[in-house]
Design a protein around this ligand. Structure first.
Ligand SMILES: NC(=O)c1ccc[n+]([C@@H]2O[C@H](COP(=O)([O-])OP(=O)(O)OC[C@H]3O[C@@H](n4cnc5c(N)ncnc54)[C@H](OP(=O)(O)O)[C@@H]3O)[C@@H](O)[C@H]2O)c1
Length: 429
């Protein structure tokens, strides 16, 4: 065993960083044995130096993160600040000064992953980010390493615990969106400003990272079609129940059937209660992977929180330290497939559409004609109504999003269609 310790610089000591520091200290002997050398916390960069940080020697704390990563004797920089800057510059500076990097920063990886991987490669260092997607759940490494010999066709997951908590509440109690959000906020599952979660930005960043790794191609945040879940209503859940479904905010990354392109999207969708993702409750995350040889795989666990996320960060620290001792680097970016990312209009799936219509003869035939004219085949229709007003629920067979959009535009122009109450994709069948 070598005795010179590997030096770790921790950038950020908040929810995740404080747990990383705690586990590094309490598990020091095991980490030393597993890595083959001691790991030493060499510095901790924060914004507010005067805060009490339990278990961290005050002399390690600094507000000068740049000086810390430039020291030259740091082996591993752990970036758990979050956001784009100064995290991006600190990571590239770390590579320039000889360190490998472990990050939990999904926003940065989804936006600038390619450039950061290039910087790591240029300097012969590692960039690991298991914690950036679905917290504690081992996902990046299984996709990047365990499934490297297989062909992944689809990755579909619940990758945001806040939105799953809200939707699960709506499903189990019949609550509306606002009521469920208020409860999530009161219990600490939703932030004061929940936009990043409920509008799907957080899940979209994770979808970009997953798609890039799964399909060996570059997928950026801007390539991901994103719809939030703020418009989901108690009525949508009632409709879902009638179909034997529930509603989840899903991140879906797919290879086109001809293999020539990929898509990545985040939106609420109905899934059958029999699908494994339907039983993911509360703030848990799960990701369902379909591949040629392995078939169907499910990864499940806590997708956030200080300690679970720190578990993933520590796994990366161990891997990166082992690489350094062995004089090696782990797998870098794999984007050789260079597949184009198709627009949402090319996505093919099923749809559940609720229409408010006039309750008179011939309306159903008129609506059916519009679907037929746009090449969207109807699976089932359910009609109910009284006093001159009626509602029609149409479930389609698989159709492209572009065809469905054209259908809905035409339906809105019909005199007999008073409104389109909701459109929801149906996945996982
Ligand atoms: N929280 C989770 O459950 C979770 C799960 C998965 C991934 N992540 C990711 O992990 C990262 C960290 O999240 P978090 O929840 O731990 O955030 P957090 O609690 O807000 O902590 C951020 C830390 O960064 C420090 N910081 C902010 N600006 C800085 C600067 N310019 N220089 C040096 N330090 C600075 C803060 O210092 P002060 O302490 O002085 O304010 C704080 O210690 C994010 O990328 C996030 O997306 C979080």
């Amino acid at each position: 065993m070598r005795t010179r310790p590997l030096k770790v610089a921790l950038l950020g000591c908040g929810v995740v960083g404080s747990e990383v520091a705690r586990i590094m200290t309490t598990h020091a002997d095991d980490l030393t044995a597993r890595i083959g050398a001691p790991v030493e916390l060499a510095g901790v960069a924060v914004r507010r130096p005067d805060r009490v940080r339990e278990g961290i020697a005050p002399e390690l704390v600094t507000t000068d993160a740049t000086a810390l990563v430039k020291r030259g004797d740091i082996d591993v920089v752990v970036e758990v600040i979050g956001g784009i800057e100064p995290a991006r510059t600190l990571i590239t500076t770390a590579f320039e000064h000889g360190a490998s990097v472990v990050s939990a920063n999904k926003a940065l990886l989804a936006q600038d992953g390619a450039a950061l991987h290039a910087a790591a490669e240029e300097h012969g260092r590692d960039l690991y980010y298991e914690a950036a997607v679905a917290g504690a759940i081992p996902l990046i490494r299984p996709l990047r390493e365990s499934l490297a010999g297989d062909k992944i066709n689809r990755v579909m997951g619940i990758v945001n615990g806040t939105t799953n908590f809200i939707l699960d509440k709506m499903d189990s109690t019949g609550a509306g969106y606002q009521e469920a959000l208020d409860e999530a906020t009161a219990l600490g599952y939703a932030e004061a400003d929940p936009t990043a979660d409920v509008e799907g930005f957080d899940a979209a960043a994770k979808a970009a990272i997953l798609a890039a790794i799964a399909f060996h191609t570059r997928v950026r945040l801007d390539d991901v079609h994103r719809e939030g879940m703020t418009e989901v209503t108690a009525a949508d859940f009632a409709s879902a129940k009638e179909m034997g479904c529930t509603i989840k905010l899903l991140a879906i990354c797919e290879r086109a059937e001809d293999g020539g392109s990929v898509t990545a999207r985040v939106h609420p969708a109905m899934i059958p209660l029999s699908h494994p993702l339907a039983s993911v409750r509360g703030a848990y995350n799960a990701v369902f992977v379909e591949s040629d040889a392995a078939g169907q795989l499910m990864f499940y666990g806590p997708g956030a929180g200080g300690s679970p996320t720190a578990s993933a960060v520590l796994g990366d620290i161990v891997a990166v330290c082992r690489n350094r001792i062995g004089g090696a680097t782990g797998p870098g970016e794999s984007a050789y497939a260079a597949l184009p990312v198709s627009p949402m209009g090319d996505v093919v799936t099923r749809y559940h559409i609720s229409l408010d219509v006039a309750d008179k003869p011939g309306v159903l035939a008129q609506v059916a004609t519009v679907f037929a004219e746009h090449g969207v085949s109807i699976d089932t229709v359910r009609q109910s109504g009284k006093d001159g007003e009626a509602s029609l629920v149409v479930v389609t067979h698989r159709a492209s999003d572009a065809a469905l959009t054209g259908t809905v535009e035409a339906l809105r122009k019909l005199d007999t269609v008073r409104g389109v109450a909701s459109i929801m994709r149906v996945e996982g069948e």
